[in-house]
Ligand binder design. Structure first.
Ligand code: GLC
Length: 423
């Protein structure tokens, strides 16, 4: 009898010990190495402040690879990761697949104010069936980085507004710089076969009729899209202003490092590159400026809307803790620190009017217009599938392997099949 009592006591003790174990949140996030290091700092502050442990699941920078990393546990309905960052482009798929925890109940319970966020972004990306399912962490929009020292050296006052001005400046400066630096290229951008290629493409497709539409009348194989893809190909193959590995290797970080090594005049990238370009070990510190992307005469500058949002898995077993972490990540304090430390564009309006922010980033006032006009990718649940098709065909045009008209025709055929499956 005594030993049974003892055994029950041990069991009870073990059970209470288990039940009391503090839950550990698993947070899946990717990015450049300095971004991941900063996440570790944020997490350690959160742990100290709230007493909730968070384990970070480090992922690469590439959006498609990051999605794959989350897709597998979601399809298997596994509780880890509890919480993750999502590319704005995949939220409709995640929401429609029922992987995201609806948050209205939490928002109401805590009387949590959504006012600091842009309503159009919440409506466009973070709401599904009238319920908030995510919150924005930072906003991205494509911009043109340029070497202000080189423009000045060759007698150009301003960065180019149109692609024809861009070509004139690029050809002249590349030719002259090549005399002492054979690795110099005028323009680096994201041309590898992945989501970044679509973001770049949409910015080149700035003429009327450019871009894509998959609902209602299909818009894929249009003269503006053909012109854009041919121009991208010519930058590499005809004018040789962009490196030959643009369509094989160039993703955000490859492009950023190339420009930062001092071997390029122009760079297309997202705002995160700014902070790194200005860091102490950058070859181009103090020599860089930002402008809106050029456009074809008759069109207007287009910047793709990107950005990363935070959502909680419906399968998480620590939903309350995940919600506490989510609120922390989008709080003014943390958003401000992302901005000061990484140069990210905050998703909260109140950070933009902060004096410390404006002092450090006077270029924010130039970016305001870019953000105001940034164009979203189609918010449809099967977007990533059609994007895969487009990535393959546009990459093949840019590589000079397929004729652009034929490639868009084929893409249209494949996309029609995808749409039929969803309707
Ligand atoms: C950036 C953007 C994201 C986009 C990706 C493409 O991370 O924020 O929206 O899909 O780049 O590479």
């Amino acid at each position: 009898m005594k030993s049974i009592f003892k055994f029950s006591l041990i069991l009870l003790f073990a059970f209470t010990a288990c039940a009391k174990k503090t839950p550990e949140l698993v947070f899946s996030v990717g990015g450049a190495p300095n971004e991941l290091d900063f996440w570790e700092e944020i997490i350690s502050d959160f742990e100290k402040e709230k007493g909730i442990k968070v384990r970070i699941l480090r992922q690469p920078t590439d959006s498609d690879q990051r999605r794959q990393g989350i897709l597998i546990p979601m399809k298997a309905k596994i509780e880890n990761p509890d919480i993750f960052l999502m590319d704005i482009a995949w939220i409709p798929q995640f929401a429609a697949s029922n992987w995201l925890l609806p948050l209205d109940e939490y928002v109401q319970r805590d009387k949590y104010s959504l006012k600091p966020f842009w309503k159009n972004i919440l409506d466009l990306s973070d709401t599904y069936k009238n319920n908030i399912v995510a919150l924005p962490v930072y906003i991205d929009a494509g911009v043109l980085y340029y070497r202000k020292d080189l423009l000045k050296k060759y007698g150009f006052q301003n960065p180019p507004s149109t692609w024809s001005e861009f070509l004139k400046i690029s050809k002249k400066i590349q030719k002259a710089e090549r005399e002492k630096n054979s690795s110099f290229f005028a323009f680096v951008w994201q041309g590898a076969q992945y989501e970044g290629l679509i973001c770049n493409f949409l910015e080149f497709a700035s003429l009327d009729g450019g871009g894509f539409s998959f609902t209602g009348k299909l818009k894929i194989n249009t003269p503006a899209n053909i012109k854009a893809a041919d121009f991208m190909k010519d930058l590499i193959n005809k004018w040789k202003l962009s490196p030959p590995n643009t369509y094989t290797d160039m993703k955000e970080e490859q492009v950023r490092m190339f420009f930062q090594s001092g071997n390029a005049l122009f760079e297309r990238n997202w705002p995160y590159a700014w902070g790194l370009h200005q860091s102490d070990n950058s070859e181009i510190k103090g020599k860089v400026a930002i402008a809106a992307l050029p456009y074809f005469k008759g069109g207007k500058s287009v910047s793709t809307l990107g950005g990363w949002h935070i959502g909680i898995s419906r399968f998480s077993d620590s939903k309350d803790e995940a919600w506490a972490f989510m609120k922390y990540v989008v709080s003014k304090k943390v958003q401000k620190s992302f901005c000061l430390k990484l140069g990210w564009n905050p998703a909260r309006k109140d950070v933009y009017s902060d004096a410390e922010i404006l002092k450090k980033y006077p270029h924010f006032k130039d970016l305001k217009n870019v953000f105001g006009n940034a164009s979203p990718r189609p918010a449809i649940p099967y977007y990533t599938q059609v994007s895969d098709v487009l990535q393959r065909h546009i990459n093949s045009i840019v590589a000079g392997k397929t004729d652009s008209k034929e490639a868009f025709n084929q893409a249209e055929f494949e996309i029609k099949n995808i749409i039929e499956r969803y309707e």
